[in-house]
Design a protein around this ligand. Structure first.
Ligand SMILES: Nc1ncnc2c1ncn2[C@@H]1O[C@H](COP(=O)(O)OP(=O)(O)OP(=O)(O)O)[C@@H](O)[C@H]1O
Length: 558
């Protein structure tokens, strides 16, 4: 594909902003202090789009990214777009793509015209839903192909039903390209969109994406428009992105010069506590949100690994009983149907807590999230920004808190995180919490996951391997409730060696980890979350992931 310089197209915000009309599904609460700075004074009613699209759009005023990209999108030029989280990027790419499609003669039903790639299943489904809404006045139809759901049903639907817009996760799309004649349906696509482009273009997804691109006709045969969107686009990613765009592509950013891409109106704080107190601190922060928002308190608690998420969810359920809203959990080791069920329940809840791994860190639009709480190190500064972006969306208010141990708080001094305005949290009264009753199996898995993930950050934290292992063991004893105070949970010898802590005192290395309840690991063959970004090591990912971040887990590097 062509490579070349982009026209920098920094969007100049308008001074004559008007308050937006509330959207249908994300209306600010009465009396809520909202932030309208990313809405423009341009109404969809006055925008250069068809009456059909005007009727379908549930909003009144365009956001800055929507205004900045509408005409460019309609012109068919390639776009690389960066705009803050929750500012309506989905409609920004869908709307011009649908409009361009509407200008053509209705394509035969066997042809896909718009292909949207998303890194996670939940996000793909959310995009499908938004596209469904936007085409309800058009004769177009939307389908999705995502991992973890019935592939035969997806094949049947693709063969028998109209599909103008296809939303896909990369792994499942590639499976279908390899096993069906889907390639034929994609030969004339008019628009290709990479949502969360930096995630799709990173090392984890790149091999899959390259294979997918090999199935698409080259751009001389198929002069399609390519649009890449994300809230985070590092200079490196911009260079990679340019390889997939035509030389005359436009780079649009709604971020001001030197502006950090978290919202200024979102207060961000850090609680620094010893690892033994992390659950207590989490309960205290969640209780503060309940005090502030009453039965409208809706929080997301981000953890670093799937098993750490599961353990934290169970500990919070018990510790917050009677004082905190209902606790849900979501991570990559759950079945897809359970993941979908949980996401729907949390979306519909007025007050709830979602304890989650990074499968919901990007793009997910749960209405009314009042607090994003991050427990432990995020995988990268980008991931911190995307997680925080689950609150204060579409002009609403929200806040973020991160809980770190004293060594983990070195994170805040890294060049990537330094510009982000995170203040020390006001002193907390830590509640007492009941003793853990996690199963031994979950304790072993969460301990192994903690080691696998955090090992990548030893250098960033500036701690010795011994101190690191001591900290892991305190996590096992004081947080997970591992009963044997002399011998920590077992970890496979090979795993310990691979992650570089094989010979360290305090590691209980065994040839094979036996799980008391059930022999063998419950690990699915699905994506694993892993750490990267601040640490000294680069991630090594499986070549065909389907969702968000991936963890090394036992036996693989973090
Ligand atoms: N013009 C608009 N006016 C009001 N609300 C809008 C508008 N456009 C989009 N929204 C709403 O804003 C919310 C966030 O939109 P969306 O999920 O597309 O944001 P995003 O920029 O893609 O976020 P992320 O970076 O997290 O992926 C959604 O609830 C959407 O319906």
């Amino acid at each position: 594909m062509a490579r070349g310089p982009a026209t920098a197209h920094a969007f100049k915000p308008r001074l004559d902003r008007l308050p937006p009309a509330p959207s249908q599904n994300n209306e600010p609460e009465f009396g809520e202090r909202t932030n309208q700075s990313h809405f423009t004074s341009m109404r969809f009613a006055d925008a250069p789009i068809s009456e059909k699209s005007k009727m379908a759009i549930p909003h009144q005023y365009l956001t800055d990214v929507q205004e900045a990209t509408l005409e460019l999108g309609l012109s068919g030029v390639d776009l690389l777009v960066q705009a803050k989280t929750g500012t309506g990027k989905t409609a920004a790419f869908l709307l011009p793509a649908i409009e361009r499609l509407a200008k053509r003669r209705l394509p035969p039903s066997g042809n896909v015209s718009i292909l949207v790639l998303s890194p996670t299943r939940e996000l793909a489904m959310q995009i499908q839903k938004e596209a469904d809404g936007l085409v309800r006045t058009h004769p177009f139809s939307v389908q999705s192909v995502i991992g973890g759901s019935d592939i035969n049903q997806q094949k049947r639907k693709l063969t028998t039903q109209r599909c103008d817009i296809l939303v896909a996760t990369p792994g499942r799309l590639l499976d279908l390209l390899e096993s069906t004649d889907l390639r034929r349906k994609l030969h004339g696509i008019q628009t290709l969109v990479l949502d969360e482009a930096d995630r799709l273009l990173d090392q984890g997804f790149m091999p899959t994406l390259k294979s997918i691109f090999n199935f698409l006709p080259n751009r001389e045969e198929n002069p399609r428009q390519c649009m890449l969107y994300s809230a985070t686009l590092s200079e490196d990613i911009k260079k990679v992105a340019a390889l997939y765009l035509t030389p005359d592509y436009e780079f649009v950013s709604t971020l001001g010069e030197d502006e950090v891409n978290t919202h200024q109106h979102v207060p961000q704080t850090c609680v620094t506590v010893p690892i033994s107190d992390t659950i207590k601190a989490a309960v205290a922060v969640l209780q503060e949100d309940v005090l502030e928002h009453g039965n409208r308190s809706k929080s997301m608690v981000f953890c670093t690994t799937a098993m750490g998420t599961s353990a934290t969810a169970q500990l919070l359920k018990k510790a917050g009983y009677g004082t905190l809203p209902q606790v849900f959990e979501i991570h990559s080791r759950m079945t897809q149907s359970k993941r979908l069920w949980t996401a729907q329940k949390f979306r519909a809840a007025t007050s709830a807590i979602l304890v989650t791994s990074d499968v919901t860190a990007r793009g997910m639009d749960f209405p009314g999230v009042t607090l994003v709480l991050q427990v432990g190190l995020p995988a990268s500064s980008e991931q911190y920004i995307h997680r925080l972006g689950r609150t204060a969306r579409a002009g609403r208010s929200g806040k973020g808190t991160i809980i770190l141990t004293p060594s983990e708080s070195a994170l805040l001094r890294t060049p990537e995180m330094k510009p982000i305005p995170i203040q020390a949290h006001p002193p907390l009264q830590l509640p007492s919490v009941p003793a853990s009753d996690l199963t031994k199996k979950l304790q072993i898995q969460a301990y192994g996951a903690w080691l696998g993930f955090n090992t990548a950050f030893i250098r960033m934290m500036g701690v010795s391997k011994q101190k690191f292992v001591d900290e892991a063991n305190r996590y096992a004893w004081d947080v997970l409730g591992w009963a044997d105070k002399h011998v920590p949970p077992p970890i496979a010898r090979r795993t310990a060696q691979v992650i570089g802590i094989g010979g360290v005192k305090g590691i209980n290395a065994v040839s094979r980890v036996e799980y008391p309840e059930d022999e063998g690991s419950s690990r699915s063959d699905e994506e694993r979350e892993r750490g990267f970004g601040f640490g000294s090591r680069q991630p090594q990912r499986s070549s065909r992931p389907n969702t968000g971040s991936h963890w090394a887990g036992q036996g693989r590097r973090g």
